[in-house]
Design a binder for this molecule. Structure first.
Ligand code: SF4
Ligand code: SF4
Length: 283
């Protein structure tokens, strides 16, 4: 089973939910796809045993074969190529590695070379398998790292995928193929706005989902009213309390500090199983 933990914006408590849920399951996998700023390791303290470099194929032009016809630049939707009088300029950071310019070139002047854009690190934290993707600083192309990180999912074990925040391409890649998604939000107008965007996305992707309210308090009604109107289950609330903030600042998972949280996150997993079963019956 793959459970994706997502949120419409950063800083809502996505990693808190992902790490605690993974720890509550024991023999599971924690997959950190928040590749621009992975921080699950702070709470899980894994031993890294393997590092794989992730490459993106990028065009290389043989100037001797090139006739400067401009077909490659015309083809590229991302403006990663420009042809001037007697030169082809390549902007590697804009290249998506689609290979289209290689096919578009009438003179077979373009080949591809691999460019390292990040790494995938594998290890473990006790009996929890740990995988994290890390995008190199300054690289804009997060999606291939997210895909490479998810390639490490072991289908024999439950995977908890920490998806990047937002609703753009890396998020879609992080959510793709999930059996269920938890949308983490907070009871503020910004939280509600971004939750709506995230709900639209998971509905578009046809992934069953529920909501966890972090920093829960008197304003929960804001989120609860929306969820009731939209028939979205609220699966768990994590209160806005100083002791929780202190644990977070020290990198201590909730379930390691207080056994009651193990029950809460085990209950969250059971609720997810029920939601998945209900969705299967409805379909
Ligand atoms: S399509 Fe090929 S021949 Fe034409 S400008 Fe690009 S590299 Fe040169
Ligand atoms: S590989 Fe694709 S994205 Fe990259 S330069 Fe060629 S056409 Fe553009």
């Amino acid at each position: 089973m793959i459970i994706a933990i997502a949120s419409g914006k950063g800083g809502t408590g996505k990693t808190t939910v992902a790490t605690n849920l993974a720890l509550s399951l024991g023999n599971a996998q924690y997959i950190d796809c928040d590749v621009e700023e992975p921080n699950g390791y702070i709470f899980l303290n894994p031993k890294i045993r393997e590092i794989k470099t992730v490459y993106l194929p990028t065009p290389k032009v043989d100037q001797d074969k090139c006739s400067y016809c401009g077909a490659c630049a015309e083809f590229c939707q991302f403006n990663a190529l420009a042809v001037i009088k007697d030169k082809v300029l390549i902007f590697p950071e804009l290249c998506h590695g689609c290979g289209g310019c290689v096919l578009a070139c009438p003179d077979s002047a373009i080949t591809e070379e691999n460019r390292a854009i990040g790494v995938v690190e594998k290890g473990n934290s006790s009996n929890l398998a740990f995988v994290q993707g890390k995008l190199n600083v300054g690289e804009p192309m997060a999606t291939p790292i997210v895909a490479a990180t998810k390639d490490e999912i072991d289908s024999e074990r439950t995977a908890i995928v920490d998806v990047p925040p937002g609703t753009d391409c890396p998020v879609i890649e992080g959510l793709r193929g999930s059996d269920f998604s938890i949308l983490v939000t907070e009871p503020t107008p910004f939280g509600l706005y971004d939750l709506r965007l995230a709900v639209d996305l998971v509905r578009l992707l046809n992934i069953p989902f529920g909501v966890v309210i972090n920093r829960s308090g008197p304003n929960d009604v804001l989120i609860e009213k929306y969820c009731e109107e939209e028939s979205i289950p609220v699966l768990l609330k994590i209160p806005y309390q100083r002791d929780i903030a202190v644990l977070y600042s020290k990198g201590i998972p909730l379930i390691k500090a207080d056994p009651k949280w193990k029950d809460c996150f085990s209950g969250l997993f059971r609720s997810i199983e029920e939601e998945i079963n209900e969705t299967a019956h409805r379909n």
